[in-house]
Design a protein around this ligand. Structure first.
Ligand code: SER
Length: 344
């Protein structure tokens, strides 16, 4: 399946559920001094999570071009890129967990035809320090959906970095993780958020590429262990809290949904091919670079060069010309890294 088809299916699926299409914003944020780049579809929508009325209503969908400089060192493996397209749907105080989780599952299974047995999901285990409860509600919704498909919805609790993922898969389907993995805000975990920042628990979907577990990541594999067997293909954030001055959390005036799923990763899952550099939008770049070099298939440097050239093209198109400050500096750094990795 090609990316174009998946993008179109996603947009039309959510249009049929009453969502209005919004255009992709620039990679260079317009009114957000807190960040250099647009790294997710929710960034330009922030005021609407806090209660401002969006002119197109309370259900929105789009495909947002995104850039994440923080992933730069990871690029070259099978699943990280600095530039990607994020498929997004949003509820601005409209529907919440039941609809979001059910629709996402339906989209992945019915439209993209992913095998539900290859999907594993995660939910938030709660944060006692900030009085934020565990998300048993999302777990129960997922459990019903898996049961309807004849898949045992076994829950595995509290796999943490501290216990080294000791619990492993344990034949689980629904996994609870803490603030590091299943809480989303622009600034990360609750403790790191400034006053006034909205955030919430999230629920991620992982696709199992069935590769053998790499024991370097610990003895036991689990969806978040990072060995590359599981790839996160979507994240539903239940944006319902805001941090207060004294550090506690209160409910936002409205409960929002912020879903983001990497188009490149969903395409890789649809093709059951764990290397995102082999999907239709990246493959031609890889082939061309390979022709010009003496390196072989799956080479890390070729994948880095392909990613960086693609990112720089999109950054320059949005106005970040290579320079020695700010956004332009990042463009320059990408070009330098691409040159370094070309130097065989
Ligand atoms: N904002 C969330 C993310 O970036 C979901 O869109 O993962």
């Amino acid at each position: 399946m090609e990316s174009r088809e998946i993008r179109e299916k996603f947009i039309s699926f959510f249009e049929k559920k009453g969502h209005k299409i919004i255009p992709s914003s620039s990679l260079l944020p317009q009114d957000d001094p807190t960040t250099l780049f647009t790294g997710s579809g929710m960034q330009p929508l922030l005021p609407y999570f806090l209660g401002k009325k969006h002119p197109l209503g309370s259900r929105l969908v789009n495909s947002q071009k995104s850039f994440r400089a923080e992933d730069i060192e990871e690029v070259g493996d099978n699943r990280h890129t600095t530039f990607f397209e994020m498929l997004g749907n949003w509820s601005l105080g409209d529907y919440f967990k039941v609809e979001q989780i059910r629709w996402l599952f339906e989209f992945l299974i019915e439209e993209i035809k992913l095998d539900p047995k290859k999907l594993y999901v995660t939910v938030f285990s709660g944060d006692g320090d900030h009085n934020i409860p565990r998300d048993a509600e999302s777990a129960a919704i997922w459990a019903r959906l898996f049961e309807e498909r004849g898949i045992e919805p076994k829950e595995v609790d509290l796999i943490t970095e501290e216990n080294g993922g000791e619990l492993g898969m344990g034949e689980g389907r629904i996994f609870y993780y803490g603030v590091k993995k299943n809480w989303w805000s622009r600034k990360g975990a609750p403790i790191a958020m400034p006053a006034g920042e909205p955030g919430g628990p999230d629920s991620e979907v992982f696709y199992d590429f069935g590769r053998e577990h790499n024991p370097e990541y610990g003895r036991n594999c689990h969806p978040n262990c990072g060995c590359g067997r599981f790839i996160e293909i979507g994240n539903s954030v239940f944006m319902e809290y805001v941090k207060e001055e004294e550090g506690s959390f209160k409910s936002l005036p409205q409960k929002n949904v912020d879903f983001g799923g990497g188009l490149e990763r969903i395409t890789a899952a649809a093709n059951d091919n764990k290397n995102i550099f082999e999907i239709d939008t990246l493959r031609p770049l890889i082939s061309e670079i390979k022709k010009l070099s003496e390196k072989g298939e799956g080479d890390k440097s070729i994948q880095i060069v392909a990613d960086h050239l693609r990112s720089v093209a999109f950054l320059i198109a949005d106005g970040a010309l290579p320079s020695n400050i700010g956004q332009g500096y990042v463009a320059r750094r990408l070009i330098r890294r691409a040159i370094r990795h070309s130097d065989v």
